[in-house]
Design a protein around this ligand. Structure first.
Ligand SMILES: [Zn+2]
Length: 171
């Protein structure tokens, strides 16, 4: 199983001083992939800069995600556990998290994951993309946390819209 070249086309580049080449390939499953080679040094450098910026942003998002998690754990985890204290069964814990829109899986996924404790599950919910809902539920007003969450969400949404644009480009 391999990829066959279907077409090779050269177009004027973005700055207009050079070109880029697009090679379209198809495999046995009719999947198409496109390779783009920038032949213009100016545009090539620009593309590399964009790529580096993406890598930096991704790194920054990873760092923020970790920082948010540990900061929350240090300062608010007891409060977060207390939020679930009235939930007397596993199912009730899941329902609480669903009502708060902080869980992403179904009830059966939840049952299939073997959590050593409900506290483990509850801790895992405290991710940067759930943090706004959690902060609202716990009535947390913390500028340090808010700042980090906002920056993380901005990077996250940027990455998300880029993934969608990329998908449209390929299909
Ligand atoms: Zn160019």
């Amino acid at each position: 199983m391999g990829w066959d070249i279907m077409s090779t086309d050269t177009y004027p580049c973005e700055c207009g001083k050079g070109t880029y080449t697009e090679v379209r390939e198809m495999d046995d499953w009719n999947r198409i992939r496109v390779h783009r080679t920038i032949n213009c040094p100016i545009c090539k450098l620009k593309a590399e800069e964009i790529e580096n910026k993406l890598i930096e942003e991704r790194k920054r998002l990873d760092t923020l995600a970790r920082e948010i998690k540990s900061y929350f754990k240090e300062n608010y985890i007891e409060q977060w556990f207390a939020y679930f204290s009235a939930a007397k069964s596993k199912k009730a814990v899941w329902e609480y998290s669903r009502d708060l829109r902080v869980n992403k899986g179904s009830l059966s996924t939840f049952y299939n994951r073997k959590y050593t404790s409900m506290e483990e599950y509850i801790s895992e919910l405290a991710t940067f993309d759930n943090m706004k809902n959690i902060m609202e539920a716990l009535d947390i007003h913390d500028n340090n946390l808010t700042r980090k969450v906002e920056e993380a969400m901005e990077l996250y949404q940027k990455e998300h819209s880029r993934a969608i644009a990329e998908w449209h480009r390929k299909h």
